[in-house]
Design a protein around this ligand. Structure first.
Ligand SMILES: C[S@@+](CC[C@H](N)C(=O)[O-])C[C@H]1O[C@@H](n2cnc3c(N)ncnc32)[C@H](O)[C@@H]1O
Ligand code: SF4
Length: 424
């Protein structure tokens, strides 16, 4: 058997650290700027809303977001309604059945209650939202009260995600979070008080200055909050972000040693599994039945329609990204145009590679089914699948291809190899 020689462990979450390499297969450099997608027909799909503002900018984050100013939402919300109007006017929604709706960001919970309610109502009236569809509101602690969340629940929100990251105030401060641990706990209590059962939290490990004892405390505190779903992300250190500079200048300690990071990941898997929340993707844990439909959509090759600056959409082989520059988003929405910055039509081969690579984020895929859907023979990727099997990164299990434990650890390497044909 061939052995895998990679100097530095490639962590699963480094999927996001791609500058367009894996997460956006085909690479962003191949997307056409300024080309609008054709009018679309939507059937079974999800909707993602990107609210691109945050109270403070965290030192580690590269998501599409700006610091919230007094007039930010007044500029954004009317354009959002225009964007919805444009899609309703151009696309065929007659057979639309929404599988999930996700209000994310940035910080979606900065939207006023009436805007959240109107967005969900429009989803119901115009985009095919049904009563039992998962509707998630992503939030930062301190942005909504129990009363606000009750209003959101009455409007149709049935799942709340809270970005907690850590329970140690000095760590939160070094991350430039806008809240402390007490506010995070209060927010979780507000979700319970509002009667929303499906509570999700995001936490991070590998943070500068984070010890194993701190991580154990964070893991335990999440369980004490009565969560149904968790994302545990290893912090990716982006070279251009503030955190990298702070570490370089010695203002904050370096990240924990790679062995400690491995121990942190193993502790999360062990503890959450023992508590009845097994891992179901590279980074997600859930009580059975509470796996996030939206998260699954983003990995399994389903269609999704994005609204807001920087939001992505996919309809079968077409991918597009909304303008990230707010002025361009405003200009196009004001003129009744779809606010698309770039788009690409994937070839069948690219579609299969993307669906295999992204699908393995759910730990296993059915390659034959993905090839059929992409409209290409599986032989086209046989060589790379054999190579990954020989490296013990994936293994066949009936009709499925599953990441092995080394495959989970080197997931980014698996994704890179699956999508490497683009560069050969
Ligand atoms: C886009 S944020 C949305 C949630 C909300 N804005 C918040 O931070 O509370 C989603 C999650 O991505 C994770 N995240 C952001 N930057 C990251 C990075 N550099 N490395 C790993 N995870 C990151 C954080 O856990 C964050 O809660
Ligand atoms: S609040 Fe969330 S989206 Fe905003 S900067 Fe922080 S991690 Fe990024």
């Amino acid at each position: 058997m061939e052995t895998l020689t990679i100097d530095k462990p490639q962590e699963p979450d480094a999927l996001r650290d791609d500058g367009g390499y894996v997460f956006h297969h085909p690479p962003k450099a191949l997307w056409d700027r300024g080309v609008q997608p054709d009018p679309q027909r939507w059937r079974r799909y999800s909707v993602y809303l990107h609210v691109p503002f945050c109270k403070k900018i965290c030192t580690f984050c590269t998501f599409e977001r700006k610091r919230l100013r007094r007039d930010s939402l007044d500029g954004f919300i009317p354009r959002l309604w225009r964007e919805l109007d444009t899609v309703v006017a151009t696309d065929d929604l007659s057979a639309a059945a929404l599988h999930s709706v996700y209000l994310g960001g940035g910080t979606a919970s900065l939207l006023p209650n009436d805007a959240i309610a109107l967005f969900v109502r429009r989803m119901r009236e115009e985009f095919g939202l049904r009563e039992d569809t998962e509707v998630t509101l992503e939030s930062e602690p301190g942005t909504k009260t129990a009363k606000d969340l009750r209003i959101a629940k009455d409007a149709g929100v049935n799942r709340v995600s809270i970005g907690i990251q850590a329970f140690q105030d000095p760590l939160l401060k070094s991350l430039n979070r806008s809240h402390d641990a007490a506010q995070a706990i209060a927010m979780a209590e507000a979700v319970h008080t509002a009667g929303i059962e499906n509570l999700h939290v995001d936490i991070m490990y590998g943070l500068p200055g984070q010890t194993m004892a701190m991580w154990r405390e964070t893991v335990q505190r999440c369980l004490d909050l009565g969560v149904k779903h968790l994302s545990a992300y290893q912090m990716i250190l982006f070279p251009d972000e503030v955190m990298a500079r702070l570490i370089k200048s010695g203002e904050v300690p370096p990240q924990p040693h790679a062995d400690v990071i491995d121990e942190m990941r193993a502790h999360a898997v062990e503890t959450f599994t023992a508590a009845g929340l097994p891992r179901y993707s590279l980074t997600e844990f859930a009580e059975p039945g509470f796996e996030c439909r939206y998260v699954i959509t983003t990995w399994d090759g389903s269609d999704y329609l994005g609204f807001g600056p920087g939001a992505y959409s996919r309809n079968h082989r077409q991918l597009w990204e909304n303008h990230t520059v707010h002025a361009a988003y405003h200009r196009d929405t004001d003129n009744g145009r779809r606010p698309v910055g770039r788009s690409v039509e994937m070839t069948p081969r690219q579609t299969l590679e993307r669906d295999l690579a992204m699908g393995l984020c759910m730990l296993s895929v059915d390659p034959e089914a993905l090839a059929r859907r992409a409209g290409i023979d599986l032989d086209s990727v046989e060589a790379v699948l054999r190579e990954l099997t020989d490296l013990d990164l994936v293994r066949g299990e009936g009709s499925l291809l599953r990441l092995t434990e080394p495959g989970v650890r080197y997931a980014t390497e698996v994704m890179k190899r699956l999508t490497a044909s683009q560069f050969s």
